[in-house]
Design a protein around this ligand. Sequence first.
Ligand SMILES: Cc1ncc(COP(=O)(O)O)c(C=O)c1O
Length: 417
Amino acid sequence: MPIHGLSSQHQTSNTHPTHFDIEKVIRPNILSLLPYRCARDDYQSGILLDANENALGHVLKPDRGSANDYLHSFSSLDLNRYPDPTQLEIKSRIANLRNLKSEHVFLGVGSDEVIDLLIRICCVPAKEKLLITPPTYGMYAVCAHVNDVGIVKVPLVNRGGKQFQVDIEAIQQTIKSDPFIKLILLCSPGNPTGTLIPLSDIRKLLEDTNFKGILVVDEAYIDFADPYSNYDSDSAVSAVCLIKEYSNICVMQTLSKSFGLAAIRLGIALAQPPLIQILSNTKAPYNISTPSSLLALEALSPPSIMSMRQKVKTLITGRGELITEFERLAKLGLGLGQPLGGNDANFVLIPVTERGGEKPCCERSIKVYEELAERRGVVVRYRGDQVGCDGCLRITVGTSEENKILIKQLEDVLRMI
Ligand SMILES: Cc1ncc(COP(=O)(O)O)c(C=O)c1O
């Protein structure tokens, strides 16, 4: 069955690996879906009386009442018109940034929408499943539950002296014995582990003939990864370089982290054109709002990309300084362990231990977490209930000033509790 909207060139293109057939992975109702079409798909200019918009314009009047600068800029936009459903310019800039073509790019309302869409297009509720590797990002399980899709867990393991490695053999055993697993969701660098997944591990899963589904690699934090920290022989850290080769990979990225634009909700899926076309056919027609798309376009301009790189550099320096400070506190015997994981994201995962001891202590960690938030004005994330994260706090790298306050308050609290 041809995929609606996919050019004939891509319908027939050769795919690798040969054991992957997208038509067997995508739910039949999605494959046969006739996407929503509007007159604006064909005609974008003229007297626009096709979409039941408000012909008199929007109601925002920044000159009246609470006039803010941002309202002035927004009110000059055609906010009474539905946004562009295709967002080709943003896709082209993302493709440029990541060395792909626009046809490899899909845009969602944050990666969270992409996760939900991938589950919806692949997994039949109450029958098919996704595989996750705890400890990992919580939304995978939430989206699976919302969609009544089963979750299979293969925890990360310590291997070769490195923490939080993907247990490739266990995943391969699991997919062999359970043909209902349609999606594998990996996170690299992981949340909350900060650990990069070697591309050689990802390749093993993509090549595994027992796995007929799609491997999703969530790279929300990839720009914070040190390009030389990968212990593969090739120096690439991002799985994006596998997209042209493999039709069964989908890489997710986002403007929420390195670009500092969590508020505009712009998530990205990168994959071969058939999967991108199916995602586009399934999404709500106008998912990216006009204000968000304008801000995203600006964020993807050369000066803003330079600014992103500068911010990433500053945050990586801050991450190093935080780690040094945590090590100092640990040496003072205040009950803090060594940071866990790879430290390749914009946070550090650190165990709170028994006072004067080395054993992680969840009870004390919760007390530290609550004291910091309730009386010291510093909010971090308690992750001590996650597999392999006993007693851990996940602490986002802040500004230099915020980091200093955090360290001061944490030291005080550790001396007290
Ligand atoms: C691993 C991971 N993926 C995705 C997201 C969500 O990204 P977005 O803001 O694009 O929805 C987060 C947010 O914390 C995350 O940690």
